[in-house]
Write a new protein. Structure first.
Length: 412
């Protein structure tokens, strides 16, 4: 069981192979783990990171030596005085100066780090999408339950009014107005079912499920939690954890390595070789040294370009840092607004709407209230319940946005 909860691949395999009726509702953490191991976009990103890391092998390779073997007049004997046979073997190799291999390796490592951080940022964005879809599905389930409760309760009202109609206590017109209102509750229920189906399909798509399953289900709560961490602490966590900001910092190191490689490429690389010759019965040896004369091309353009690119990367790092702080500030403001609204509904309006609905229903059934007053109370009760549910949903969406901005789970 421990491996089921911690091994994402195993979890995904078990869920995929188990019969739908045997699958337990997914928690948010299980959904996130399934997305990490089954979302095709993330799987593609993982392979891209591995492919980028393979460049480190290429960057660390040394220059190959060259072997050249030649012969002349090989069909003539060694005693031929005019042109005896001769053979030659030459081995030469380019020797790099300026620590070019070192800087190539630094660039390859830095590129891998940037790519890894970019993948982590994609993973962060996918996690936000999963959290939002999960919350929306929980809200859709709750809205469907509210719509069903309202529909069943109102059907009882219609049935009771029909009894009063048969007894002559209400007019046919009042009964028809009551009955017509039932269509609105039925429409709410149908729309809630459609919203649940669509939110379920969206979540399953993010989890990497190829064909949405009708029996797919999740479990969780929409009760608003409290955040104890202060804003400065969350901002500090964001600056330490945000992968896009980390990628910007790593890009600065990558740009610095490019400068060093450009400077190294301006140095001269000699080619040194040795040669063995045999002519008739005589053996000899020699050597060659080839040194390019860097009179005109000393890699001036790359040196200048990489320095401007490095300065650009530093400005981009500053922009990324400012973006992190701004994202956290905005997410925090969104959370404070959402939690205030949720507390307002749950601390006052929800209970008040229930009391008004119950009192008006009692009064109407006993002739103490008009039909219009009762219908208005029903509409207010229905809308207030949906508004309270939406307020809870907005709190969780704000928390997910804050966690996304800080790259840290604000609510464990």
């Amino acid at each position: 069981m421990k491996r089921l909860l911690t091994g994402g691949a195993l979890l995904l395999a078990l869920l995929a192979s188990a019969p739908l009726h045997a699958q337990a509702p997914l928690t948010l953490q299980q959904a996130l783990e399934m997305a990490r191991t089954g979302n095709p976009s993330l799987l593609s990103g993982q392979q891209h990171v591995i492919a980028t890391k393979a460049n480190e092998i290429t960057a660390g390779l040394r220059q190959n030596p060259n072997l050249q073997i030649s012969g002349s007049d090989v069909s003539l004997p060694a005693s031929n005085p005019a042109s005896p046979y001769s053979y030659a073997a030459n081995v030469n190799r380019l020797f790099e100066r300026g620590e070019k291999r070192r800087w190539r390796l630094d660039i390859a490592h830095a590129t891998t780090d940037v790519t890894q951080s970019q993948y982590k940022d994609n993973e962060r964005q996918t996690a936000l999408a999963v959290k939002q879809a999960f919350t929306q599905m929980l809200a859709a389930k709750a809205a469907l339950q509210i719509s069903d409760d309202n529909l069943q309760s109102y059907r009882k009202t219609v049935d009771l009014t029909k009894v009063r109609l048969d007894a002559g206590d209400v007019s046919a017109t009042d009964f028809e107005r009551i009955d017509l209102q039932l269509a609105e509750f039925e429409s709410d229920y149908d729309n809630a079912r459609l919203n649940l189906l669509q939110s379920s399909d969206q979540l399953q798509l993010l989890l990497g499920i190829e064909k949405p399953a009708d029996l797919f289900d999740i479990t969780g709560t929409l009760d608003p939690p409290s955040i104890t961490a202060p804003l400065p602490q969350i901002e500090q966590q964001a600056l330490q954890s945000r992968p896009d900001y980390l990628a910007a910092q790593q890009s600065v190191r990558l740009a610095d390595s490019n400068i060093k490689l450009a400077d190294a490429d301006g140095t001269t690389d000699p080619t040194i070789g040795g040669e063995y010759d045999r002519t008739a019965t005589y053996n000899s040896a020699g050597f060659q040294v080839s040194i390019p004369l860097r009179i005109f091309d000393r890699n001036q353009g790359e040196k200048e370009r990489t320095r401007y690119e490095a300065q650009s990367s530093r400005f981009a790092e500053t922009a990324a840092r400012n973006q992190v702080v701004n994202d956290v500030e905005q997410a925090w403001a969104g959370y404070e607004t959402a939690i205030t609204m949720a507390k307002r509904y749950h601390g006052h309006y929800l209970q008040e709407a229930t009391r008004v609905r119950d009192n008006m229903e009692f009064s109407y059934r006993h002739g103490g209230a008009t039909l219009l007053d009762y219908l208005d109370a029903l509409r207010d009760y229905r809308q207030t319940n949906l508004d309270a549910l939406n307020a809870n949903t907005q709190v969780w969406l704000a928390i997910h946005q804050l966690s996304f901005a800080a790259a840290t789970e604000i609510v464990p």
